[in-house]
Design a protein. Sequence first.
Length: 115
Amino acid sequence: MKFTRIYTGPDEQSYFEEGVHTLENAPIGKITAPIGVENILFGELDEDIKEIGWHNPPVPQYVIMLEGSMEIEIGDGTKRVFNVGDIVLAEDTTGQGHNTRGSKGKNKYLVMPLK
């Protein structure tokens, strides 16, 4: 299962990196090994908020888009758009962080902070 990791480099800038969780055979198809999460949060970006600004996640966390899309910008100006079903592992808890912009309409997401 593919995901995009955002992490802090030695220069305190955030970077994108592609990752893959290995899927193994299971009675219902294929599944990954368990990943420990602290809790699960559902979120919705208000329609009038177009940009969150530069920030760091409080802890490493998975974010899965449920509705709409979000654009994430990292330190060198690179931008990526994440759509429904996309998985982001935000681990840039230090440094400059990243900037997030929502699309028009509702932007709903699931956040799972890691243990």
